[in-house]
Design a protein around this ligand. Structure first.
Ligand code: ADP
Ligand code: MG
Length: 253
């Protein structure tokens, strides 16, 4: 074994000990490139460290997306705006800049089933996760079940804290299932904790006047709506369901 091989092997060992996996993986390629192109040591090191940094950044983004618990990975590029003309595309693109989060505003997608509320909410969530903003998607019913269980186990405060810490929380499908008085109080507690501190994105198929029937106590329904709507962008979507579009256009032979 000559000394050059030894120092190469030692370098590989050092990279491995320092957990610089990508630098170790790309070492041969970067050395080959540098020799061939007479690259300076600084430029070679820059290339090598870039590999490590890019991969780490990519992995962090993937971890944030995973923590987002999105129902699917559909993004804005997958959304056909021509199908839903009541949606102002510029408004959605503006939301995707996440400007609304700077002053902890909320967003509500309101409309009937199948018009793309969950798709758009998820797209915005993924955009946030890609910027490594802590984001989490949860269905309203599941959220309430979790808070309920936490209360039974005397862990409500911890659970509320958990849901308050996300910079962006997406609460999907408010109003699809009835919420009883006790559950409504738990929901209110979370909304109150996030109010003016963090942004929350909601989807619902029930217009605001109808929230009295979603939440049994009108006072509580008002208190919840008051906090949600105080600083909020409301996107009302009126249109056909994308899910059944193909079926609707089929004619009876
Ligand atoms: P909602 O939450 O309003 O009930 P979804 O967002 O779940 O509706 O949409 C239903 C399905 O149709 C999803 O698979 C979604 O990706 C798709 N979809 C809805 N609207 C569009 C659209 N305009 N362009 C592309 N896909 C759409
Ligand atoms: Mg939905």
């Amino acid at each position: 074994m000559n000394s050059a091989t030894t120092s190469y092997q030692q370098l590989q060992q050092n990279l491995s000990d320092l957990k610089l996996e990508q630098m170790s993986l790309h070492l041969n390629e970067v050395v080959d490139f540098s020799v061939r192109n007479q690259v300076t040591l600084i430029d070679a090191l820059l290339k090598l460290t870039d590999h490590e940094l890019h991969t780490r950044e990519y992995n962090r983004i993937q971890a944030t997306i995973k923590a987002g618990a999105f129902p699917h990975l559909k993004e804005l590029k997958d959304f056909d705006f021509t199908f839903q003309p009541t949606i102002n595309q510029q408004q959605i693109l503006d939301l995707a800049t996440l400007r609304f989060m700077e002053d902890n505003k909320n967003v509500i997608f309101l409309g009937p089933s199948g018009v793309g509320k969950t798709h758009l909410a998820t797209s915005i969530g993924i955009t946030a996760a890609k910027r490594r903003i802590s984001t989490h998607f949860v269905k309203c019913h599941d959220l309430i079940q979790q808070l309920k269980r936490a209360k039974l186990e005397n862990k409500l405060e911890r659970r509320l804290k958990h849901y308050t810490k996300y910079r962006l929380l997406i609460i999907d499908e408010i109003g699809y299932l009835p919420i009883d008085a006790e559950d409504a109080k738990l929901f209110f507690q979370l909304i109150d904790l996030r109010y003016e501190k963090q942004s929350t994105l909601f989807t619902t198929n029930v217009n605001f006047k109808g929230w009295d029937s979603v939440f049994p106590e009108p006072k509580l329904a008002n208190a919840i709506l008051d906090r949600i709507l105080h600083h909020a962008y409301v996107i009302s979507i009126a249109g056909e369901s994308y899910r059944i579009q193909n079926h609707l256009s089929q004619e009876i032979p």
